[in-house]
Design a protein around this ligand. Sequence first.
Ligand code: T4K
Length: 396
Amino acid sequence: MNWDAGAVDTLVQRLALPQPVFVTQPNMPDLGDYHRMLEKIWDRKWLTNDGQFHQEFERRLAAQLKVEHINLFCNGALALLVALQALRINSGEVITTPFTFPATPHVLWWNNIRPVFCDIDPVTYNLDPKGIEQHIRPETRAILPVHVFGTPCDVEAIQAIADRHGLQVIYDAAHAFGVRYKGRSITEHGDLSMLSFHATKLFTSIEGGALVSRSDQLRTRINFLKNFGIANEETVIAPGINGKMNEFQAAFGLLQLDMVDAEIARRAKLTQIYRDGLSGLPGITLAKTPPDVEPNYAYFPMLVDEAKYGASRDELHAALKRFNINSRKYFYPLCSHFPCYAALPSARPENLPVAERVASQVLCLPLYGNLADDAAATLCTIVRELHALLKESPHG
Ligand code: T4K
């Protein structure tokens, strides 16, 4: 790469956004509405432990997602931690993806389970079913795929493998709020699915999360596990933990339920602006929505191929900062590179060629409802003009 410094300076003067934009921003509810809910919390003096807002949120969330069994949690990571305990997966190995947020393998570690990293699909960036079976051994207990960026995994192929080998499937659906596949919530696949409602998610309860399960029995067990295993004042039936969502989070989440459809619609429009502005640009690969999927537009990942675009992902990421654009390299480095996992045989880079390449090329562009259309369009112009500058550079 060889950008002409003067030419880039001129471009910055012409196109830099007036204010910094970040990879995401929460969609804030009306402050007056939240205040009215806070007044109710003050009146009731009931702050947590299955409060009224918690109960209402759980009920309305299940109805909105059209799922039957749901448990709220204080955050997604703890929900996933409890999911494994709920299914009694607390030893052996679990097959998962290295192309994810650290929470995914970390919850395995916290449950005394060895993560086994499997390569990803080059189109969806999700666990590649074709690679799973070679990792199955007598110690294998489950498969933990991630619907990364909200794109559904190949749920049918994964379930077929799980059924063949008697394995359980837990989906990390942290990014997949509201995603539907063949008309059903994507969270209805596998034995359990975890949703995250962190502030960086398109649907948020500040911090928060949920587990979607298949049976009332499992839902009841999860309820015990997230509250220390307490059945009543004198009875503790399981070694549970504190995973409860509080009333402040639940109130925020209730307000978000009424806003999320508009947020998804805004993100769909911005996604289209990005697609129109970036498609066909040499070296830039845009993610595709697989068939039969109603997406949620949670993220806008693209791959930057240095040989064709002219600059590397890292160079583009750094250059965009000069224009006040804070993109993110989700998910670089791969989890298999973390010191706690790097010595595992499955973590060897030669075993994960697709994940290695995707992690080295991926860049997530800012995507959130409050991002102005003009800002998204300008971002596309910047990425195009930076490429043109590279082509024109006498040293390029
Ligand atoms: N599994 C997967 C696949 C996940 O992606 C995650 C979380 C989990 C499991 C665990 O779920 P939780 O336990 O978190 O519910 C963020 C989030 O902290 C994390 O929740 C999320 N995934 C991950 C993809 O993104 P960071 O370290 O990138 O966040 P941070 O603080 O750099 O924020 C990114 C940008 O968002 C900021 O530059 C500005 C904006 N922002 C952030 C916050 C926190 C705001 O505008 N307001 C805010 O309050 O991890």
